[in-house]
Design a protein around this ligand. Structure first.
Ligand code: DUC
Ligand code: ZN
Ligand code: ZN
Length: 468
């Protein structure tokens, strides 16, 4: 019968960003078709008693199979990356189609679709990275791509192969304003980093720990303030990504208190790692080299406080997967290189939600904030709501059934990415997704990834950013 349900989740303690209620969840054709107690039977059912049932996570910032310069290669492609995401309760990922300088933006998008095609296990959207905003890109390509469902793009204030100057930033922001897109900004001052790097190397400081010395908080603070000033000048919303601590938070609060539409993202590395994890001379610190770098316990506290107070719109992983013992990863060419040549980035797709959930267990944020930061707001900001980001009739049945008491000591051996380490090895969490549905398919059952085929994940063209 056409109205028959395919699957019913029974006795669900449903938690969304705003509500909590007990209900059965009826799934048909990949979507949530019914909510209510005592739903009719279905051929497949799951009893969720004792579990928390939440919308699957939306990871609004991760890097998968992104083309890399200089013989580097990301360890995760769309298959291993989405496999890992799924096992950590994330059911949508939004990685980056990155334009190289001199390349057409459309060519970067076409190439990235080829990389994703037939590989993803869960649904995905694309952000763009605009590295070369030529007049043609600004006037033709970018507006057309926004129209076609690529409504968010990242720009960099650092990294020689990506960075834009101030004038270029203003140009990109004004295209976003005109066409209703959202610009994500990597805010670190490139010249300051270059100047500090030269001096550190000149003093013989080559080891990974010098990475944090080359990118101190002031460098992030200055660029964050400048980005906010640009947003004010152009009169357009922006999103400051991967905010690492108190200095940048202070700038964001300042912008928000002036009524400016400043959104911000942070990541688990700024809640759980510190600059000490970059080591004290040993090369293994390369495992935690990411930018901005992790800071110190006082900054971790500032991040948690700002999360609780609503300064941040979302928590993403910034999963940027480079293996440690890999000549295409953290040891380029098979060598231990100076800190400025270590590829930036750490893995985190699978651990993002459990690490943040630990903050719920510790009373740092509420359960509703957890859902808001990891699912609802990224879905809204990146134009995927109400299809993604909530549990409601009509939404895709992307659902994570959490065992809130499951104690896990994070170990790379148990993760599903293709990276040879996790920076969170040994950290204890309480709570992990036990069953995960993607578009109605039960893909993780009792913590075990079922036999699933690569390519079932679909591309999601994005609608207009919803900034409420
Ligand atoms: N920093 C970035 O800006 N991108 C990828 C990873 C990182 O550490
Ligand atoms: Zn970045
Ligand atoms: Zn990133």
């Amino acid at each position: 019968m056409p109205n028959d349900l395919d699957f019913v989740i029974r006795h669900a303690d449903v938690v969304t960003a705003s509500d909590r209620f007990t209900s059965d969840i009826g799934i048909r054709d990949g979507r949530i078709a019914m909510l209510g107690q005592g739903l009719p039977p279905a051929p497949r059912e799951l009893d969720a008693s004792g579990m928390l049932v939440m919308p699957g996570g939306v990871d609004g910032h991760c890097h998968l199979d992104q083309p890399m310069p200089d013989g580097l290669r990301m360890a995760d492609d769309f298959f291993t990356g989405t496999r890992s995401a799924l096992c950590g309760g994330t059911t949508t990922v939004i990685p980056f189609a990155a334009q190289a300088k001199g390349q057409s933006l459309q060519a970067a998008v076409d190439d990235y679709h080829r990389r994703a095609e037939g590989r993803a296990l869960i649904d995905y959207g694309f952000h763009l990275i605009v590295a070369d905003p030529t007049p043609h890109v600004l006037a033709e390509e970018l507006p057309r791509l926004i129209q076609n469902g690529y409504t968010s793009f990242k720009v960099y204030m650092t990294y020689d192969d990506m960075k834009l100057n101030d004038r270029e930033m203003l140009d990109v922001l004004s295209v976003a304003r005109e066409h209703g897109a959202l610009v994500m900004i990597h805010a670190e001052n490139s010249d300051c980093i270059g100047w500090l790097t030269e001096r550190l190397l000149g003093r013989g400081l080559h080891a990974p720990h010098a990475h944090a010395l080359a990118r101190p908080a002031v460098v992030e603070r200055e660029a964050t303030h400048r980005a906010i000033a640009f947003a004010e000048l152009v009169d357009v919303p922006i999103l400051i990504v991967h905010v690492s601590g108190a200095d940048a938070i202070e700038q964001i609060r300042w912008g928000q208190s002036r009524g400016l539409p400043i959104h911000a993202e942070t990541c688990p590395q700024y809640m759980y790692l510190t600059a000490d994890d970059l080591g004290h001379g040993e090369y293994e610190g390369a495992k935690c080299v990411c930018s901005p770098p992790p800071r110190d316990p006082a900054n971790q506290t500032a991040v948690w406080k700002a999360l609780r107070q609503g300064v941040f719109s979302l928590v993403s992983s910034d999963h940027a997967p480079f293996s440690y013992d890999d000549p295409q990863g953290k040891k380029p060419g098979g060598k231990e290189v100076s800190f400025d040549h270590i590829p930036n980035g750490i893995p985190g797709l699978e651990t993002r939600l459990p690490l943040l959930f630990r903050g719920v267990k510790e009373g740092r944020i509420s359960l509703h904030q957890f859902v808001e930061l990891t699912s609802l707001r990224p879905a809204k900001l990146y134009g995927l709501y109400p299809r993604k980001g909530t549990i409601a009739v009509g939404a895709d049945a992307d659902i994570a059934v959490w065992d809130p008491e499951k104690r896990v000591t994070i170990a790379n051996a148990a993760l599903h990415h293709a990276v040879d380490y996790t920076p969170y090895e040994g950290i204890e969490v309480s709570g992990w997704p036990r069953h995960v549905f993607s578009r109605g398919g039960l893909l993780v059952e009792d913590g075990t990834l079922l036999d699933i085929h690569a390519g079932r994940g679909r591309f999601l063209p994005a609608g207009r950013p919803d900034l409420d």
